[in-house]
Design a protein around this ligand. Structure first.
Ligand SMILES: [Zn+2]
Length: 672
């Protein structure tokens, strides 16, 4: 039984054999799973240069060590010490219900997961030395019966499994399992796995199949259980996950003030037509549902998730890929309710969206899922981390007014903060960046598929042999990707490369010979590839103007600027003194240019340039409405200036508050 493995005290290794020994990846479907593509994992997808390499280096060198400091400083580790027997009072923020935050252990687990993936790729004694005492602490906190959740141990002893709605016990356990899997797969270290398996056994005895009809208000445990099944081969974990997925939607949770939709308990996952309620809960649930569907071959279940994914991207996704329109219940709002200023757009929801699309990409092989991964990773997740590596956004709005409160309510802040009372996002960003290379390429269908473009190398098993490809690019700033075959196999195989949804035309050529030309989708090249073959993929990354669906009322009459996979924004920091983003207007179809510039604090990036007008009549207003007769025409609406737009992920790294993604337009001539 895997719930009693005994790792060696010095090495952390156990006798626990695992099937996918060579693969280091967050999500590893079993050989029998109904998936089209297979992950290559962190060690076979190497990122060696460019934007993602830079961000990942900051994560390794600065953000993760900083995270350990914060976990100590704000009390997450103290809480575990209390659970281990120290005296003191549980520390945690007030949550929505007025209770103390019950989920703070999960941030320790997410941090440990990040370190596990990181050490697998970049061995680092200092990082290991930071993590080991924390693993020991979790072990000491675990009770003899396997239970380990500092909130219930230190703040509410004797109340375990009494509050499915807000208790977050399975959510915490899910993150512990995922951390354990990272250390197991990445390092062969089973110290966390031994803890996690005992906790899961304790939960199973209470709430497993045939036991109490119970689900957790915050999904997460479902996907962790499936991954535990994939790691251990024990079918009971898959059955437990399947049971939790099927229990949902039948009113087990008492409706909260936001209704049962808040925690997706309003309708079965098989029939719910659209995403609903708390965005992170919905998206984490969907991840678990896909995992169950592909491992049980349940096509109906998979299709239900794909239907909701389609509904989500067509009606409830920001141009940045972010999710969650409402502050009140952190929820998906109505269809087309996508306000730019009040966007909740939580970093965790964007990360969850990538996790879900990754699972759907593996299941179906369809490039539209990799398209959303790219859009969301660059524009929904990356803004969450400051360039300095120690400040975080919880919420990434698309409009921040120049004047107004310095700090808005709760986690919605005007500037990135060092940490949050509810610190779910920072350690989630850490594990995202640590595991990001997973998403670059896959294997399947007789070849290799490149989904995300980076400078690096890909190793893949193809046709019983081994293929090695290196890629070099200045993406996303430039659209040229050079792909070199370093090792190949004798038979022909297929090299597939994604042409993103935003790219009108891409070409692939070998030597000087054009092999393929394509719009969005996949370019698939099947041939006998030889060592030294050098392929050039050219994607058109010209800047472009994007208009919203008119049903998104909040941004009607505006345009956004995009270039390649990046969404752009205009910041006060780049406007002349005295001007603000509120006074800005642009033509409906402005001519765009681009320029490479290096800004202090931002480094070298490509900016978009365009002409705009600064309205001079937006200050000193006593009543902000007026007769249309007094509305200036285009020619006299304001002074013309040249402006530049910054990649959205880089905003708020300089002085100045105001920022807007959606730029108001004015027709060239007044109507009538
Ligand atoms: Zn979060």
């Amino acid at each position: 039984m895997t719930d009693s493995i005994r790792p060696d005290e010095k090495t952390g290794r156990s006798e626990f054999a695992f099937a996918s020994e060579q693969l280091v990846s967050q999500v590893i479907p079993t050989p029998d799973a109904a998936v089209r593509l297979r992950p290559l994992g962190l060690l076979n997808n190497r990122i060696e240069g460019g934007l993602w390499a830079d961000r990942r280096r900051v994560n390794h060198d600065i953000t993760i060590p900083f995270g350990a400091e914060q976990l100590e400083k704000v009390g997450n580790l103290l809480n575990l010490k209390l659970a281990a027997g120290a005296s003191g009072k549980y520390r945690g923020a007030d949550d929505d219900t007025g209770n103390t935050a019950p989920f703070l252990d999960s941030d320790v687990h997410k941090w440990l997961e990040a370190v596990g993936w990181e050490l697998a790729q970049f061995p680092d004694e200092k990082l290991l030395a930071l993590a080991e005492p924390i693993i020991d602490l979790v072990a000491k906190a675990q009770r003899a019966d396997g239970y380990v959740d500092s909130y219930y141990q230190a703040a509410l002893p004797g109340k375990e499994f009494t509050n499915p709605e807000w208790g977050h016990e399975l959510y915490v356990a899910g993150h512990l399992v995922q951390a354990a899997i990272a250390w197991h797969r990445g390092l062969g270290d089973d110290r966390l796995m031994a803890i996690a398996l005992r906790f899961v056994a304790r939960i199973e005895a209470e709430l497993g199949p045939g036991k109490r009809e119970w689900i957790c208000g915050h999904p997460e445990f479902e996907m962790a259980l499936v991954e535990l099944y994939r790691t251990t081969g024990e079918a009971r974990y898959l059955e437990f996950a399947r049971t939790l997925v099927e229990r949902r939607g039948h009113g087990i949770l008492a409706p909260c003030r936001y209704s049962a939709r808040y925690w997706q308990d309003h309708e079965s996952v098989r029939t719910a037509p659209e995403p609903a309620g708390h965005a992170v809960r919905q998206i984490y649930l969907e991840c678990g549902v896909v995992d169950v569907a592909v491992e049980t071959g349940d096509r109906e279940l998979l299709e239900a998730v794909i239907r909701r994914w389609e509904s989500m991207i067509s009606t409830r996704t920001y141009i940045t890929g972010s999710l969650g329109s409402r502050h009140q219940d952190e929820a998906f709002g109505y269809a087309f309710e996508l306000p730019p200023d009040l966007a909740y757009a939580e970093t965790c929801a964007a990360i969850g969206s990538v996790m879900l699309s990754w699972r759907l990409l593996l299941a179906t092989g369809e490039s539209r899922f990799a398209d959303l991964i790219e859009r969301t990773a660059f524009n929904g997740v990356l803004p969450g981390l400051a360039f300095d590596g120690t400040h975080f956004f919880y919420s990434s709005p698309l409009l921040r007014r120049s004047s107004g409160a310095e700090v808005l309510e709760g986690p919605v802040t005007t500037r990135r903060q060092e940490w949050y009372l509810i610190p779910c996002c920072p350690p989630n960003l850490m594990r995202f960046l640590s595991s990001f290379s997973d998403l670059v390429a896959t294997v399947g269908d007789g070849g290799v598929q490149i989904h995300q473009y980076v400078t690096g190398s890909i190793d893949a098993p193809v046709n019983g042999g081994h293929v090695r490809i290196s890629t070099e690019t200045n993406y996303p700033w430039e659209g040229v990707v050079n792909v070199t075959v370093d090792e190949s196999v004798a038979d022909s195989w297929t090299l597939s490369m994604r042409v993103p949804e935003w790219c009108p035309r891409a070409t692939a050529s070998l030597g000087g010979e054009r092999l393929a030309e394509s719009g969005p989708g996949m370019i698939e090249l099947t041939r006998r590839w030889s060592v030294g073959d050098n392929l050039t993929l050219e994607l058109d990354v010209s800047p472009r103007v994007t208009v919203p669906d008119p049903r998104i009322d909040a941004v009607r009459g505006t345009i956004a600027l995009e270039r390649g996979p990046l969404v752009y924004a205009v910041e006060d920091a780049d406007l002349p003194a005295g001007a603000s983003i509120e006074s800005l207007e642009v033509a409906v179809r402005p001519s765009l240019g681009d320029v490479v510039r290096s800004e202090p604090g931002l480094g070298e990036m490509t900016w978009i340039t365009l002409d705009a007008r600064l309205r001079q009549d937006v200050s000193g207003v006593r009543w902000p409405f007026r007769n249309v007769q007094d509305e200036p025409g285009f020619a006299d609406a304001g002074s013309r200036i040249g402006i530049r737009a910054v990649p959205y992920f880089a905003w708020a790294n300089r002085a100045g508050l105001g920022m807007r993604v959606w730029l108001p337009t004015r027709a060239r001539k007044s109507d009538g």
